[in-house]
Write a protein that binds this ligand. Sequence first.
Ligand SMILES: Nc1nc2c(ncn2[C@@H]2O[C@H](COP(=O)(O)OP(=O)(O)OP(=O)(O)O)[C@@H](O)[C@H]2O)c(=O)[nH]1
Ligand SMILES: [Mg+2]
Length: 216
Amino acid sequence: MQPAFPIVPAPDAAEHEAGRLLFAQQTEFLKGVVAMDGLPGADRIEVCFAGRSNVGKSSLINALTGRRGLARASNTPGRTQEINYFTQTDQLYLVDLPGYGYANAPLKVVEKWQRLLKAYLTGRQTLRRAFVLVDARRGVKEPDQEIMTLLDQAAVTFQVVLTKIDKLKAPELDRVVDQVRTALAKHPAAYPGLILTSSEKGDGIETLRSVIAGIT
Ligand SMILES: Nc1nc2c(ncn2[C@@H]2O[C@H](COP(=O)(O)OP(=O)(O)OP(=O)(O)O)[C@@H](O)[C@H]2O)c(=O)[nH]1
Ligand SMILES: [Mg+2]
């Protein structure tokens, strides 16, 4: 029997081509947003990348777009402090979000980001899918559960992307996939299909491109 949350297989030729074409277009940084009224016009659909601090959101955007320095990535948790909009075509925005679950910044600042993050995730009409990134070494943790519950309540479809799979051996990866499946079973907004990625090695990047192309 197929598990409820199968690993998304590599794209077939047509899906692969759709993903390749979408991301062959130059992606540009549009703006960093610090308040809901700064969001760009809701004139096209968007997908966002959410996840704990340091999980690899910005790195994943860079890997998808093939542009290393496009989204600022770093080893310092809390690197992304705004909602960063990237434009690609006039049909799609890619949105890099500040991380959650990071306490090592002034409390007032953290609270401000978290409020903005939650307002965005629950209040953006044109948000078609939230990719919730989960570090493959860690699995789904409490702060992830909170965000997933928020997305359930807002009826925003989310899909889990495991990151940094290059850091694990196959049996460890199997274990974490089981843990993620168990965690997702409680979330009605969870899209059935896990994407396993390494921005470092390129695993799963073509698959994710195709998945995004399938949403537009
Ligand atoms: N080995 C490995 N390291 C990765 C991978 N993806 C990201 N990293 C590293 O993880 C660290 C954090 O990456 P970021 O992309 O900045 O993470 P983020 O989720 O955007 O972090 P915040 O903006 O702080 O929330 C960096 O040092 C990256 O080089 C991966 O696939 N494999
Ligand atoms: Mg970031």
